[in-house]
Every structure is written in structure tokens, then in C-alpha cells.
Design a protein around this ligand. Structure first.
Ligand SMILES: [Zn+2]
Length: 129
């Protein structure tokens, strides 16, 4: 089964590695993946950088209805990355580590679902061991 990224340009190694963020060359602001212009100064002179993949759980919910290709139940939430912004993500359970607001989270890059015989690769966050 082939792996395809949910979006091109999201990860440093197409279907693995780190999320790609941006540093504004004009004002130095660090920006989320897939950003086109700086959210602080509106410059489009951005340099891609790997993000830390580390953050804390800001909020979450358990979804009991399918959403797109995601099969319920699944957890989703906002993770505040160490770079200072929030990112919405599917959350991956870790045995013995129930979700708690403020807990440390880390990036996992893996299949979200299968489509047309491919594994569709995206980002998830899970509690740090
Ligand atoms: Zn800027």
C-alpha cells in the first residue's frame, strides 16, 4: 500500500518527519504549516523551517460522528506548539495516559485513513510517555 500525504508540503520528508512551518524573513514571526503570508506583518517572504512537534494540550473533544474519512469515535483537539501557536489535530490515545488539559504532547505522523488503495498520511498528537 502506498503512502500519500494529506497535503503536499506538510512534512519535511513528504510522508514522515516534522511538520513544516515558516519563519517570516521580515519580522521573524514563526508561522503554522501551509501559511502563505505572515500573520503578523503580511509579508510573503517566508522561509520554511521544521517545527518542534512538541506542545501542550489546550483543549480536546471526543467525536462520536464520522467526519469526512475519519471514523468515530476519535479524539481531536488544539495543541499549543512550543513555537507559540495552536494547531488542530487528531489526537492519538496512549495507554495509561488519558487526555488532560495542559499535558505535554508530541507529534506522530501516520495514516489517518485509507483511500483508493493508499494510506493517507497526516499529523496526530499523542501524550508524551
Ligand atoms: Zn512577518
Amino acid at each position: 500500500m502506498s503512502k500519500v500525504p494529506i497535503r503536499e508540503g506538510l512534512f519535511t520528508q513528504r510522508t514522515e518527519g516534522e511538520l513544516i512551518g515558516f519563519r517570516c524573513k521580515s519580522c521573524g514571526h514563526i508561522l503554522p504549516p501551509l501559511t502563505i503570508t505572515c500573520l503578523s506583518c503580511n509579508s510573503d517572504d517566508l522561509q520554511s523551517i521544521p517545527l518542534s512537534g512538541k506542545g501542550t494540550l489546550y483543549s480536546y473533544t471526543i467525536n462520536y460522528m464520522n467526519s469526512g474519512f475519519m471514523k468515530a469515535p476519535y479524539a481531536g483537539g488544539l495543541v499549543k506548539l512550543s513555537e507559540g501557536f495552536w494547531i488542530y489535530s487528531v489526537l492519538k490515545e496512549k495507554e495509561g495516559k488519558p487526555f488532560v488539559i495542559g499535558m505535554n504532547m508530541e507529534l506522530v505522523v501516520e495514516a489517518l485513513w485509507e483511500k483508493d488503495g493508499n494510506e493517507v498520511i497526516g499529523h496526530k498528537f499523542q501524550p508524551v510517555a
